[in-house]
Design a protein around this ligand. Structure first.
Ligand SMILES: *[C@@H]1O[C@H](CO)[C@@H](O)[C@H](O)[C@H]1NC(C)=O
Ligand SMILES: *[C@@H]1O[C@H](CO)[C@@H](O)[C@H](O)[C@H]1NC(C)=O
Length: 613
């Protein structure tokens, strides 16, 4: 029997034992923000890569951290509420520490020198300007004196209610609760133009929403067609059924001025649709992941068509799990261009509206491609506005690409809470690397590979324990410039490298088996792959993780943490003994063992090809 690489063995019946590491390598260290602040609820992370800073909002504090090393000379702003406000808040029945703080919920760039910042202000939202200077070297970081203003309609009162916001052309668009009681939810606009909102207490528009994300996505080259998309979950009460949570995508035209006859100062272009993320169950009934938790929007070459990633969970009494679903703008637009949902009255079911649809089609932006002669929504016919008030819902739902989730986790003791995605160029193509934060303080680095027409293969490349105490990850942001992932939770902020190729060991096969698109074997070590480097000496195979092809002729040191798998070689045959070690971090090691013998002999090299004579 011959093992390639010139390894000779006497003709015999023998057993080959393949030892592989199958477990994830315990991975490492995250850099924590260790400044001794008496604060919590780190939630807002605003990247400023031009200045190499990250602005962070927590309870009572606004921080400016160095992207390179978040502990290096942090700039710290304390912005608590007055003692009087705190007392009033407590007297109104709220909790001293949990609710009567100033929880920062919005940090937006305002102009070249200032940021716009809002906090819950102990159940009395407030906003102000922070001077961060022109250049980071100036180390300017202070509140603009005498510039505190009301944050109503910009930030919720209750820190437990999620809000989202976007500052566009000096207008602040926010998905918030605008009252103390937390019952009046709205998509609100404040700024130079007239204030706008969703129809108040109209549960067809919004029904106890929890806002997750907001993003401007252009529809065409014509700026007047620009739409702002809101991602949220809300309660859906169908006739005769108990209320359930559903995930939604909603949108408005940026240049919506409201109606003329009715819907005055209210959106006249607001539409929403259901986002589906489900898997077929054993009984054929779909299991829906309806609790939208986070959204990441992956830009593409075409600004009109970013790719939308959503993280969903489900926490029913029988079933618990989470999933990642991916949506295309083409599918989303098709739903918004499709039938409207219609309901005759409270005791009817939702059906597809089949009557005459007024012109311009409800949801169309004024002054855009299809409405060049109507400069404002105030010019729209009354029938359009009336139609909008009662038909904010699309009849069809948006399904994910390939009609199924990209990643699913069930029967595990954790859920995904956050997502961010990085595009990585590897030797055999481009990959989307998913970073998925969990509710137990870890981040999983995952890639999903197409296997054949319908199947995919998911690989967890690493799972990093970011926070020592298990705590839900609240926010994640990537700095491409720094090649770092920044992560926050109730407890703090940390960052970790997007890739740590050296943890995969020094062997070509280990590096290859890791199948990490960031990493390739360069002839000496496992290191960051770059397309500009010489091809010849780089070894990488993300798709198949096949060290036989890639690492012929390269030796290696094998690994610890082994798991045994036995492969039988039959005399007189030639076989490819596959070590089922196509999991990341697997290290393979071959041992030869004759029958009738307990002794094993290690075979050097990683080549699993054996020819038996
Ligand atoms: C930290 O903050 C909590 C509430 O915000 C307060 O009760 C406690 O006294 C503070 N501790 C210190 C050391 O300031
Ligand atoms: C930026 O805005 C702040 C707050 O309105 C203002 O005080 C400051 O002068 C502005 N700076 C520039 C460069 O426009």
């Amino acid at each position: 029997m011959t093992i390639h690489e010139g390894y000779l063995w006497h003709p015999c019946m023998c057993v080959l034992i393949c030892l592989c590491t199958a477990a994830l390598r315990s991975t490492g260290t995250a850099q924590h923000f260790a400044y001794l602040l008496n604060t919590s609820d780190y939630r807002i992370l605003r990247m400023d890569e031009d200045h190499d800073r990250m602005y962070v909002g927590s309870k009572d504090y606004i921080l400016s951290l160095d992207l390179h090393d978040i502990n290096k000379e942090p700039l710290i702003l304390h912005w608590p509420v007055s003692q009087q406000r705190k007392t009033e808040c407590v007297l109104s029945g709220k909790d001293t520490n949990g609710e009567c703080g100033n929880f920062i919920r919005l940090i937006e760039p305002w102009n070249r020198t200032h940021l716009y910042v809002c906090g819950t202000g102990a159940y009395n939202p407030i906003c102000t300007y922070v001077n961060r200077g022109r250049k980071p070297q100036e180390y300017i970081w202070h509140l603009e004196p005498g510039k505190v203003e009301s944050g109503k309609g910009k930030c919720s009162y209750d820190p437990k209610l999620n809000s989202v916001s976007a500052l566009i052309n000096g207008e602040l668009y926010a998905g918030v609760y605008i009252d103390f009681m937390g019952t009046d939810s709205a998509i609100f606009r404040t700024g130079k133009q007239t204030a706008m909102r969703t129809d108040q207490y109209n549960s067809r528009w919004l029904n106890d929403p929890s806002f997750v994300h907001v993003q401007l996505i252009p529809d065409s080259a014509e700026r007047n067609d620009d739409k702002l998309y809101f991602f949220f979950r809300e309660t859906s009460a169908e006739m005769g059924q108990s209320p359930v949570t559903q995930a939604r995508i909603g949108r408005i035209c940026l240049n919506d001025d409201g109606g003329h006859c009715c819907l005055v100062n209210k959106w006249s272009t607001f539409l929403k649709a259901r986002l589906i993320c489900s898997v077929p169950g054993a009984d054929g009934i779909e299991t829906h992941f309806d609790e939208l938790r986070d959204v990441y929007i992956q830009p593409t070459q075409d600004t009109k068509n970013p790719v939308i990633y959503g993280v969903f969970s489900v926490s029913g009494s029988v079933f618990r799990g989470s999933a990642v679903c991916v949506y295309s703008m083409a599918d989303i637009r098709q739903v918004f261009n499709g039938p409207f949902a219609h309901k005759e009255g409270p005791n009817y079911q939702w059906v597809a509206y089949t009557g005459k649809i007024p012109y311009p089609r409800p949801g169309t932006c004024p002054g855009g491609t299809f409405t060049p002669n109507m400069k404002s929504t105030k010019d729209y016919p009354d029938e359009v506005i009336n139609f909008m008030r009662n038909h904010p819902n699309m009849y069809n739902a948006v399904y994910p690409m390939h009609k199924r989730p990209l990643v699913v986790r069930t029967n595990v003791d954790y859920e995904f809470t956050t997502i961010t995605v990085d595009q990585v160029a590897a030797a055999d193509g481009n990959y989307e690397v998913l970073f998925l934060g969990t509710d137990r303080g870890t981040v999983q680095k995952v890639i999903v590979l197409p296997k054949d027409d319908l199947q995919t293969e998911e690989l967890v490349l690493e799972e990093v324990e970011v926070f020592k105490v298990p705590t839900p990850i609240t926010t994640m942001k990537i700095s491409s410039k720094r090649q770092q992932l920044y992560v926050s939770s109730e407890l703090g902020v940390t960052h970790l490298a997007l890739h740590r190729c050296d943890v995969y060991g020094e062997a070509c096969a280990d590096c290859c088996l890791a199948r990490d698109p960031y990493c390739a074997w360069d002839g000496k070590s496992c290191s960051r792959y770059s397309t500009s480097q010489k091809r010849r000496s780089r070894r990488q195979d993300v798709k198949y993780g096949n060290p036989i092809r890639q690492c012929r002729g390269f030796n290696s040191n094998a690994n610890k943490n082994t798991l045994e798998m036995v492969q039988y070689g039959v005399e007189g045959s030639s076989s490819f003994l596959e070590c089922q070690a196509r999991s990341p971090h697997a290290a393979i090691k071959w041992h030869l063992q004759r029958d009738n013998s307990d002794r094993r002999k290690e075979v050097s090299g990683h080549l699993c090809v054996v020819t038996l004579y």
